[in-house]
Design a protein around this ligand. Sequence first.
Ligand code: ADP
Ligand code: MG
Ligand code: MG
Length: 207
Amino acid sequence: MDTALTLAWVRAVATSMDQHADQLTQLDAAIGDADHGHNMRRGFGMVVPALAGHRCATVGEVLVKTGSTLITSMGGAAGPLYGSAFRAAGKKLNTPDATPEAFLMSWYAALTAIRQLGGASPGDKTMVDAFAAGVNAFEEATWRGADLAAAAAKAAAAANAGARSTIPLHARKGRASYLGARSVGHQDPGATSTALIFRALADVAAM
Ligand code: ADP
Ligand code: MG
Ligand code: MG
């Protein structure tokens, strides 16, 4: 994972959030306050110009700049959660070209940051359900010797399955938890945006 590919990934996330904003907002309309797509589009929409005006020498600098921009410009619960995740990942990657193992460790750091800040565990119907599934699949593929593209493809499929797995769950964290049992039957918006972040990585890594 080198600096140029990292930049391409973050830009691909921004494009994906723009394309899926209405879908994410509709999911949030069912169990939240109908702003998740707007928040994600706005946050990553600020990241692209921030990166364009900033020379990044390492993978970590790209990710830290991404996270810092999300923290300062993106509202909602998801802004600080994703912002902390990208920052934590970036702090592990002080290199212009990360090995698959180093990149994996950065995914773990990101997941830990989300869990520490939000206090959610897998099964609570949050972004953690997709994030943990994606990271676990990335790990399994990496230890079996998969290259970045293959590991990212496995992770994207698993993160998407993790997002789907939130449908029957009862929300225990975030705004959806206020609905109690009425959150059952709806896919979590943050888990869905997490799956899109993994999908964007798989797409740029395959090019
Ligand atoms: P808000 O709920 O403040 O409007 P967003 O709509 O942007 O923020 O994001 C909502 C998403 O954030 C949820 O779908 C969920 O995945 C995630 N989320 C909310 N609270 C938590 C938490 N405590 N831990 C992990 N993820 C959370
Ligand atoms: Mg919301
Ligand atoms: Mg909100």
